[in-house]
Design a protein around this ligand. Structure first.
Ligand code: SAM
Length: 326
């Protein structure tokens, strides 16, 4: 078991498989992004080796992210190998959905359990404005393909940004009246100057809830408002689907955080919004023993920061979101 010094059991690893992406969402990545050299990125055998180590230390929940994980070469083979690692209880992916139309079925067959698809609006023009390069129809096709393939429950992630899609939350919420999906609204996390968005464009969950109640109907808490992972879950009357609110800015869930992140260049990052990282790939390439690497991970986890410093105005500036994986 990997414990931190506050007694939290850290058992959830989010692995970024690439810093490349086929979209350029305004809150995530600059349009003229410079990528790291491929040689600095974890190769398939290195990702698998590190994942085995984490699993041997009690990590049992893994999420593949990016950049865009589906643009990684041999992604289906990689998922197949990952799902066979002993101790992997849950293997899921966060994706923009662009390539799910063709990949959902093979990924499911390879052992992927479910997907979270990022979708910020149902309006094709606004979708284009937010993602810069995206096609709404392609992503919608991907979401339906994921459902058809059995990557369930389908969860949709909407980052809400004032001036872009804050007026769309009601319409997004209505999706749960027709589909057994979970639509999750995420407060935008500002990345100190890395994108052009500002703190005043953060829309708090409270404001989203008020808007949905006014436009669609009353929301009833599921699980008496307890956190489900990082989200508080609600349901509209009679809806087959649910709504989740992730209030990373206004109501952080740091005390319950069980996560660590592995960046595509093999750095262990213990808090999304803190710059501190621990290099695992260099020691691995320099011949560190399994025991050395296990100890490095345990030491890193032990030093996991208590929480982020957004409330004190502290922003991480060493990476943009696409380089960490959300
Ligand atoms: N490309 C994939 C996708 O679009 O889902 C995976 C990577 S993306 C970095 C992972 C998640 O982070 C997405 O749900 C995305 O919306 C979210 N995200 C990106 N930038 C964010 C920000 N500034 N604040 C909050 N969430 C953000």
């Amino acid at each position: 078991m990997a414990l931190d010094r506050f007694g939290r059991n850290i058992h959830y690893l989010r692995i970024s498989l690439t810093d490349h992406c086929n979209l350029r969402c305004v809150y995530c990545m600059p349009e003229d992004m410079t990528f790291r050299p491929t040689a600095e990125m974890m190769q398939d055998d290195e990702v698998l080796m590190l994942m085995r180590l984490f699993a041997s230390l009690g990590f049992d929940k893994f999420r593949l992210t990016g950049g865009e994980p589906t643009v990684r070469a041999r992604i289906v083979d990689l998922v197949r190998a990952m799902s066979a690692i002993p101790g992997v209880r849950s293997l899921s992916m966060t994706t923009n959905g662009v390539l799910l139309g063709k990949l959902a079925q093979p990924l499911k067959q390879a052992g992927l359990e479910r997907v979270n698809v990022s979708l910020d609006t149902l309006d094709p023009a606004r979708f284009k404005a937010i993602t810069r390069w995206g096609s709404f129809d392609k992503v919608w096709e991907g979401i339906l393909a994921a459902e058809e393939a059995g990557l369930l429950p389908v969860k949709l992630n909407a980052v809400v940004v004032r001036g872009f899609n804050d007026h769309d939350v009601g319409e997004m919420a209505r999706l749960t009246l027709e589909h057994p999906w979970q639509v999750r609204f995420i407060e935008m996390m500002p990345f100190g100057g890395a994108t052009s968005l500002q703190l005043n464009q953060v829309v708090k969950a409270e404001e989203m809830i008020e808007r949905i109640c006014a436009e669609v109907g009353p929301l009833k808490p599921v699980n008496e408002g307890q956190l489900d992972g990082e989200a508080r879950i609600y349901r509209l009357p009679g809806a087959p689907g649910t709504l989740g609110f992730i209030s990373s800015v206004s109501l952080p869930f740091c005390s319950a955080c069980a996560r660590a992140r592995l960046t595509a260049d093999g750095k262990l990052r213990l808090c999304l919004l803190r710059e501190k990282e621990l290099d695992l790939l260099t020691p691995l390439r320099q011949g560190a023993t399994i025991d050395d690497l296990r100890q490095l991970i345990l030491d890193g986890v032990w030093d996991k920061p208590w929480g982020h410093g957004l409330a004190e105005g502290l922003f991480a500036t060493n990476r943009v979101m696409s380089e960490i994986g959300g």
